[in-house]
Design a binder for this molecule. Sequence first.
Ligand code: APR
Length: 245
Amino acid sequence: MPITPHVLPHRDAHIVILTGAGISKESGLDTFRDADGIWSKVRWQDVATPEAFAKDPEKVHAFYNMRRARNRSLDLQPNAAHLALARLEAEWPGQVLIVTQNVDTLHERAGTKNLLHMHGLHAQARCNHCRHVVEWSGDMSVHTVCEGCTQPGGMRPNVVWFGEMPMYLDEISAALTDCDLFISIGTSGNVYPAAGFVQVALKNGSHTSEINLEPSAGASLFAEAHYGPATAAVPAYVDALLKSV
Ligand code: APR
């Protein structure tokens, strides 16, 4: 699938890349809003808000325990799209930052270094009492004791729920203000503030490119678009960028 970017950035261009669940789909992880996505099986209002956790913490824990158990059962590997972005970061003369909405660790396992998880990480837990954050891979319940403050009942997944403030917004805003090329990959463009990043980039004169299986909700905002599975479209786009320097 030869891809010729409409605009080839200058060699020390700063590139900001936003990724969503679509980039991990071909590694075996479900997206959220596809027909068979996570939110087709459970209401996010029941398992992914602070109110849901206050109302029925065991239901929320059961949802995340099930997702951790499923991830453990899969031999999750970074795919060609994750690897291509890691190669871009390693070989591009300018700065490359990946801002991911994903809570998996496939970007870092592909070798990406300059990475911000704006929605947190599935593989971490945080205490509501003392804010202590720990690596977490097993089950969690209201009886789980925080190793920081030794209190039970406060441990929760260290992910950002609907209605909560995403992480690293100051760093992301600074990067978008300074970027020459903004690329959005594998996201439906339904959830803010991530869905609004393209407008910040445009306001600052950045070139904008969408790479997705199908047009996202914000497709009309992008100067350029390439549609197809991420494992084909992303390596082809990265190859073309790297050939231009
Ligand atoms: N290659 C590229 N894109 C794909 C592929 C693929 N193989 N498969 C699916 N997609 C696209 C879909 O077409 C869709 O546009 O990935 C996008 C996934 O969209 P969502 O399921 O809405 O996931 P995302 O945009 O990451 O959701 C954002 O919403 O529920 C919250 O916190 C959650 O971080 C998540 C946020």
